[in-house]
Ligand binder design. Structure first.
Ligand code: GUN
Length: 286
């Protein structure tokens, strides 16, 4: 049976460290880091995420600024808000919750954020900086995965890592981070031939496909570390259940270590958002 990597406990430790650093900044420099979160529309999942982000921001002693805009907000209005936040010295981090309503151009909106305040790490400048090994804002979910992997293994150098999923938010930056830690990295996706064989070559297997329980035990190399990024709501036995992209029952019988859903990657994502906001505030103030 695999060791369970407890993301919830790890995230609590990260938040404690952030809170201690924030308290020091306040005392020594009179500086309070601020995070602005922009939500357009009423998507229920996004509302839950934004609520959790705001609550935890305040809990670590930072200022939270929530901007909730109606679903029919036009691009000019949104860009004007971002411009205001870019120029507000009390705001060190800006996050525009995705997905945006269809009439808004996500790339244009994200790239209008000041890259130094882009705590999601989605701005094209940060993508380029990460890809070339320079000092970047790193996307929160892959950063959280990397922290758990480093904590479990120490060095990742020379390990075979397979990332299943090629999204800009998780798959691609995850691959870059693993490459930065000297893994041999494969990105697999829906067109990959013989996905089972590819996955079975992985010492580190990261599942970020958004398909409930797609990665099964027969796809896992014995002793491998499995990181499950998926958050899928499914109906089972007449109940709504939260499951990952990994079939936990079969995979945990083969893996050496595995993250559960819930309580694995999810809590680490918000903890890393807080850490990125702190980093942005420190960089902004020399
Ligand atoms: N929607 C789902 N995940 C994310 C995320 O990490 N950041 C933002 N801004 N929106 C998301």
């Amino acid at each position: 049976m695999a060791k369970i990597i407890d993301g919830k406990a790890f995230a609590a430790r990260v938040r404690e460290q952030v809170a201690a650093h924030v308290a020091r900044l306040k005392e020594e420099n009179g500086l309070v880091p601020g995070l602005a979160v922009v939500l357009v529309g009423e998507d229920p999942a996004s509302q839950v995420y934004v609520g959790a982000k705001g609550k935890q921001t305040v809990e670590v002693g930072m200022n939270s600024y929530e901007h909730k805009l109606s679903a029919d907000t036009d691009e000019a209005t949104l860009l004007s808000l971002i411009d205001k936040l870019n120029n507000d010295p009390a705001v060190h981090g800006i996050l525009v919750q995705l997905p945006l309503p269809g009439h808004l151009d996500s790339d244009l909106v994200i790239n209008s954020i000041n890259p130094a305040k882009d705590v999601d790490g989605f701005h094209i400048s940060n993508v380029g900086l990460l890809g070339t090994g320079q000092k970047a804002m790193v996307p929160c979910t892959p950063l959280g995965c990397l922290m758990m992997l480093r904590d479990h293994h120490g060095s990742l150098s020379g390990m075979n890592a397979v990332v299943v999923g090629r999204s800009n938010i998780v798959g691609k930056p995850m691959a870059q981070l693993l490459l930065g830690d000297s893994c041999t990295v494969t990105i697999a996706h829906s067109r990959t031939k013989d996905l089972t064989a590819v996955c079975r070559g992985a010492d580190i297997l990261v599942a970020a496909v958004g398909r409930p329980e797609m990665i099964t035990g027969d796809m896992v190399k014995p002793g491998a570390t499995v990181i499950d990024v998926g958050i899928n709501r499914i109906e089972r036995d007449g109940k709504t259940k939260l499951v990952g992209d990994v079939d936990f029952a079969s995979a945990s019988a083969v893996a050496g270590a595995i993250t559960p859903v819930p309580g694995g990657v999810g809590p680490m994502t918000i903890a890393c958002l807080l850490a990125n906001t702190l980093t942005a505030a420190c960089r902004a103030n020399g």
